[in-house]
Each structure stands twice: as C-alpha cells, then as structure tokens.
Design a protein around this ligand. Sequence first.
Ligand code: CU
Length: 70
Amino acid sequence: MTTFEVIDMTCGHCVSIITKAVKDVDQGAKVQIDLATHRVTIDPTEADAAALSDAIRQAGYTPVAVEAGI
Ligand SMILES: [Cu+2]
C-alpha cells in the first residue's frame, strides 16, 4: 500500500486523471482517493512507489509520499 498526498488534486476531474495515470502504469492497481484530504492510496500489483509517483507527476500533479515505499 502506497499513499501520496496530492495537494493540487482538487476536483473529480483531477481524480479521474490521476486514477487513469496510475492504471496506465499498473492496470491491476486498486486506487482509493479521498479528495477532502488530498490522499491517493494505491494498492499496486506491479509498479513500485517511484513509478506510481512518476505517473502522477507526469499527469501534471505533485505527489508527496506520506507512507513508506519510496
Ligand atoms: Cu480538478
């Protein structure tokens, strides 16, 4: 389980972009997003935390890891 705080994720549109970005690098990943706290929690199947972080960054957002994994 990897959790990022993505402070510039502010609406449902951001949620869908970030979810898609994560699924593009890890199709089987489970993505849970809490907009109120800007938390993205990912249960990956193959991508590591660095790859997930890169994917979110490349989608135009600023992920900060809040749990061990990077
Ligand atoms: Cu948005």
